[in-house]
Ligand binder design. Sequence first.
Ligand code: FE
Length: 333
Amino acid sequence: MLSRKHLLAALALTLSSGIASAADEVVVYSSRIDELIKPVFDAYTAKTGVKIKFITDKEAPLMQRIKAEGENGVADLLLTVDAGNLWQAERMGILQPIQSDVIDRNIPPQYRATSHAWTGLSLRARTIAYATDRVEPQDLSTYEALADKQWEGRLCLRTGKKVYNQSLTATLIENHGEQKTEEIIKGWVNNLSTDVFSDDTAVLQAIEAGQCDVGIVNTYYYGRLHKAQPSLPIKLFWPNQADRGVHVNLSGIGLTQHAPHPQAARALVEWMTGEEAQKLFADINQEFPANSKVEPSSEVAAWGTFKADSIPVEVAGKRQAEAIRLMDRAGWN
Ligand code: FE
């Protein structure tokens, strides 16, 4: 058996050589697919030698898995989309705060948890898309106005079961209260031209096909479709520019409660909020960097600038349960 002296000597050697193998690895559970994250992780490994292992799945099973693994957890970080999901993870008790001046400097406070349990990495606006041959931009103004008679039989929406729409509804409740929000949502549901769709791309394709004239989508879905079809007869509109601004949500990351490599994980998150990673991470999916010092890609910049809602996005989580009940009552399936 090794003596205490031997153990200390071995430890000193490990520390001095700087190759503490366990710390040279970070494990990420990601609900974002390989192609959106691998280039970023590869860049970090090339720079630092730190290996990043990741598995991808839907956010709910990943969160359950972290919960079930408990103290024997293998994941250091949970990477997912939407403040509603990150807030949920925090509530499940599977995240721990990262106190970091670097992160606090890089990411504006409305895109982080006040508890420091997670931080945003990239931003997406959930905005109005319209058919350029059937809608004039001056016909559009606010999310609320899509409930007006003028849009009867002309609106397409994604299912209310998707967290993106629950988060949008949560911010409406924060602004207008329950009663008025319910009227707005009922108005939207009344104006639907067809059943709700399972994803945002289908909403855009329905607009293109003439099934409806307007819809609400995340910007990167528009970016993807527009890239594939440069002549796409659809444009993005930035609503609520005279009041609170466009609803912006995020992809983000949090340190797990029982992370085996908390220091290495923290260093990775700090790097991910910095300039080099922000550019890479945002550009891959045509998103906006969460670090406001970093410019979006030219493709994204071409959509134009807009005023974003400055509401802290964690409201999406805080009011999620309320939003789901309200959407249910209003018939948003
Ligand atoms: Fe998405």
